[in-house]
Design a protein around this ligand. Structure first.
Ligand SMILES: CCCCCC(=O)SCCNC(=O)CCNC(=O)[C@H](O)C(C)(C)COP(=O)(O)OP(=O)(O)OC[C@H]1O[C@@H](n2cnc3c(N)ncnc32)[C@H](O)[C@@H]1OP(=O)(O)O
Length: 443
């Protein structure tokens, strides 16, 4: 059997899952860890993930039945726990799941994932990660005696996605794996990895951390999730990391430029940039000129509009987080491409907050701009807001941050207004928080 010979190679982070025959080769994290696949459970085919989710929540297949399906979900309310203590603790291995995207062995899948440069559409990968993240949370919160879950699990945050490879082949199998790595009262952190087949080894190509939130059967209020018990020093470390991540998110958000003035150093940066744009021929704060090899931030903007059709709905009849990410990513990619003048590669995604659900039928307005650049790197921010067909009122639903790497050095981007200066500093903060992709392998 072909699968029996496959191995995971160079795993940076691994989960010890003795019950499922996965072993780590070394205590030394610098040394390669090898997970032997022959004893592991079969991965789920990527096309079955959403079907499985539909089964778990009892979603309607036909849009016209969605009201009835939601009515049925109301009956599950009685299965919800009144406190977290009332729920059995779970281990990391309980939620561990694998998904196979067999691009190599099933060429008919390729079309959906293909870019014109014969690489993989990253937006599609975002969709798959989103669905897997939700499935993993349903594994963690599974009630064995109930067929359907009373929980509505939604994506609250894409904390971080780090790429370890610039472009992926559409002709080799891909595998995703992941598990819950930390839980709060109603939220769960999920760590996922993506691997691509290289020879007969699955090599890591991406690390992702998402935060999912459990809501009640009707997705109207919060719901408790099972506690998580780490079983080994590695798992304790992951759990501790999850706790630190929560603290880091709170502190990042508390220092947000929407709440606090920039630091002295940041103010200095902005003032220096301002001075750089003053026309030396006039003694005026008003006449501004672009320095050489620079672009005004407002000139980097691209916008798009999506009509949110029922096809893109998730099991709770809201628009799929994965769809929103794909659309935002593709606009962000086009913005970086337009700005840098060459093909950009995504190297990091971070801090995508899903602030508000997007209803089916909404108009989704996406607005993307370059907010910071350095050498070959382009930091892009995509802002999304919705308006219903009836009302013209716009509401922000998400802000996306993408870091791209261009094939050649890119121009500097200059803010003209105070608001743009804040976007610049926010982009710089996001760029600095990225773990530098020094290990990116150029194909
Ligand atoms: C396939 C099935 C569906 C697929 C998934 C999707 O497509 S979902 C579609 C895309 N996503 C969405 O539509 C979600 C839209 N956003 C929302 O509905 C809401 O913002 C939310 C439910 C996520 C959070 O709402 P509130 O902040 O009012 O909720 P509440 O204050 O009760 O917090 C609930 C828990 O979430 C945590 N929490 C809230 N926002 C968070 C964030 N940005 N980052 C980390 N954690 C966060 C809180 O700490 C708390 O955890 P603790 O209690 O542990 O302390």
């Amino acid at each position: 059997m072909r699968r029996a010979a496959l191995r995971f190679c160079s795993l940076n982070k691994g989960l010890l899952i003795p019950g499922r025959g996965l072993t780590q080769g070394s205590q030394n994290p610098e040394k390669q860890r090898v997970i032997h696949m022959h004893e592991a459970c079969s991965p789920i085919h990527v096309n079955h993930v959403r079907d499985k989710l539909r089964e778990i929540v009892g979603a309607s297949t036909n849009w016209r039945d969605h009201v009835k399906a939601m009515e049925e979900r109301k009956l599950l309310q009685s299965f919800l726990a009144e406190s977290q203590k009332g729920l059995p603790p779970r281990r990391m291995r309980d939620s561990y799941s694998e998904v196979l995207l067999p691009l190599g062995s099933q060429p008919e899948l390729r079309e959906k994932y293909l870019t014109v440069q014969n690489t993989i559409r990253f937006g599609r990968i975002l969709e798959d990660l989103d669905s897997l993240g939700v499935l993993i949370c349903y594994m963690h919160t599974r009630i064995h005696e109930a067929k359907m879950s009373p929980l509505s699990i939604v994506t609250a945050l894409v904390d971080k996605i780090d790429m370890q490879k610039m472009s992926l082949s559409p002709e080799q199998d891909i595998k995703f794996s992941g598990h819950v790595s930390w839980v709060g009262k109603t939220s769960m952190e999920v760590k996922m990895q993506m691997f691509q087949l290289h020879g007969n080894e699955f090599c890591p190509v991406l690390d992702a951390t998402f935060v999912m939130v459990a809501r009640d059967s009707e997705n109207k209020g919060p719901a408790f999730v099972n506690p998580l018990i780490p079983e080994s020093p590695e798992e304790e470390e992951l759990f501790r990391q999850g706790e630190l991540n929560k603290g880091r998110r709170v502190s990042f958000s508390a220092k947000s430029l929407l709440k606090m003035a920039p630091s002295a150093e940041e103010r200095n940066t902005i003032h220096e940039m301002f001075l750089h744009t003053l026309d030396p021929k006039t003694v005026s704060f008003q006449s501004r000129v672009l320095p050489p090899n620079a672009v005004w931030m407002e000139d980097s903007k691209l916008k798009s509009l999506e009509v949110c059709h029922p096809q893109e709905r998730n099991i709770f009849n809201r628009i799929f987080g994965g769809f929103l990410m794909r659309k935002a990513y593709e606009l962000g990619w086009a913005t970086a491409c337009n700005f840098g003048g060459s093909r950009p590669f995504v190297v990091a995604v971070d801090d995508i907050m899903f602030q508000k659900p997007v209803d089916v039928g909404s108009l989704l307005f996406l607005s993307s701009q370059v907010c910071f650049t350095q050498d070959n790197y382009i930091q892009v921010r995509v802002h999304s807001e919705v308006a219903s067909l009836e009302s013209k009122e716009h509401m922000t639903t998400n802000v996306f941050h993408f870091t791209f790497m261009s094939e050649k050095e890119v121009p500097l981007v200059f803010p003209r207004t105070y608001g743009e200066s804040m976007l610049y500093l926010d982009g710089k903060r996001h760029f600095s928080s990225m773990s530098v992709p020094v290990n990116l392998r150029k194909d």
